[in-house]
Design a protein around this ligand. Structure first.
Ligand code: COA
Length: 391
């Protein structure tokens, strides 16, 4: 049998929203001690979309540089993972396909399983590339995290998209077999169809996450996965950045290891930089962690990264990826830093207005105010249809 090619992440590009609310501003308005946000949950600020932004505009902004760099010839599939979808029927990826001018000979689909959906997309893409290594798959994870005002989850909101080009002989990360899987029917976080904000039992969801980490790690090792010492870094799903720290401590304990602050910081420290400034981006969060790691860590060539993807409800997957020689020539640190730095800071009153913003639902014509400086915008709602345009 012919040897299977290495398959994995060939390019990775992230985008976020136009506005930013700092946790200093949030704490000053709700009376919380800002140290709870900065140290307790590890957040400095959260991205807040403008009225003319959503998961589609962020996704297109993330994917455009990938398409500009690699062209569209080999992309036969777009997988769009989200849990803040804009339509119950149409895949958001079709809007992205249209905005980016991809060929009609493309398969487009949307995936959902809370924050795990991006990893499902990545793994399905790897399967497609193994079937035909000449093809590439554009995997996009894009979400706006939104909780009701005053709820504990409010401080962990955020918004971002990550676009990954998955292909053979990847330039960034080779994704390995096996994967460790874990599914449990829990109601730790969910959003009924009639709600715009998520419901969460935050402390229950931390326990469910740690349980799922154990389960997926156990399955991973039973299937012949690597040992703990073979990993150079760990990229955990980050509903808030301190969760990476909690998760790694839990894994070390579970494996009977001494837990030492420096060891934990060395394993996860470089993965939290972007999430700390952007907030929770659900499906995109673990891949923003990977972006931060690749962009900011010392040379990772040949190092193995452990990934723990968790989606409430719940599904988790643990897998490994090895960083490819020469990867540094393909990362995008300047683009990512610029996306974070260019955000416009808002005060608390403006944040509340944006939080409550919704288009009327009577089918009329409702143009969106032109606010975003991103490359694509939501022009408005007309006849119940979302209208997108390049800016
Ligand atoms: N200074 C420093 N740290 C402080 C602090 C202060 N003044 N006040 C509180 N903290 C620490 C707490 O000790 C705690 O840390 P610990 O978990 O290491 O003990 C942390 O800050 C959070 O405090 P807590 O009282 O637990 O906050 P909370 O009740 O507001 O809940 C979440 C925090 C994360 C559960 C809540 O934001 C939430 O529900 N988030 C959304 C869901 C989510 O993120 N789920 C995770 C799995 S997907």
């Amino acid at each position: 049998m012919a040897e299977r090619p290495a398959v994995g992440i060939h390019d990775l590009s992230a985008a976020t929203a136009h506005h930013v609310l700092t946790h200093e501003t949030l704490a000053a308005s709700n009376g919380a001690d800002v140290a709870k946000y900065h140290r307790g949950i590890g957040l400095r600020a959260m991205s807040v979309p403008a009225p003319d932004e959503d998961i589609v505009t962020m996704a297109a902004a993330a994917a455009a540089p990938v398409v500009a760099r690699h062209g569209t010839d080999r992309i036969r599939t777009i997988v769009f993972a989200t849990e803040s979808s804009v339509d119950q029927a149409k895949a958001a990826g079709i809007h992205v396909h249209s905005l980016l001018g991809l060929p009609s000979a493309t398969r487009v689909v949307e995936l959902k399983q809370a924050c795990y959906g991006g990893t499902a997309g990545l793994q399905f893409a790897i399967g497609l590339v193994h079937r035909d290594p000449s093809q590439q798959v554009l995997v996009i994870a894009s979400d706006v995290s939104k909780y009701a005002l005053g709820e504990p989850g409010e401080a962990t909101q955020g918004a971002a998209a990550v676009a990954m080009l998955v292909g053979a002989d990847p330039a960034l990360v080779r994704v390995e077999d096996p994967s460790g899987m874990y599914t449990a029917d829990v109601m730790d976080f969910w959003r009924p169809n009639y709600r715009t904000t998520a419901l969460v039992d935050g402390h229950e969801s931390i326990s469910a996450y740690l349980q799922a980490l154990e389960g997926s790690w156990k399955d991973y090792t039973e299937r012949g996965g690597r040992t703990l010492d073979e990993f150079g870094a760990f990229c955990y799903h980050q509903p808030f950045p301190r969760m990476a720290d909690k998760a790694h401590r839990h894994l070390l304990n579970y494996c009977g290891r001494d837990v030492d602050d420096a060891l934990v910081a060395g394993a996860v420290g470089r993965t939290t930089a972007y999430n700390a400034e952007i907030g929770n981006s659900y499906t995109a969060s673990m891949y923003l962690g990977l972006a931060a790691l690749l962009d900011t860590a010392d040379d990772l060539t040949g190092r193995t990264v452990g990934f723990l993807s968790y989606g409430s409800g719940s599904v988790a997957e643990f897998f490994a990826g090895t960083v490819v020689p020469g990867y540094r020539a393909h990362t995008r640190p300047d683009q990512h830093r610029a996306a974070i730095d260019r955000r416009q800071e808002i005060d608390y009153a403006t944040y509340r207005e944006l939080h409550e913003h919704a288009f009327p639902v009577d089918g009329g014509d409702y143009p969106a105010p032109a606010v975003t400086t991103g490359p694509y915008r939501l022009a408005g709602l007309s006849g119940h249809k979302r209208v997108y345009e390049p800016r």
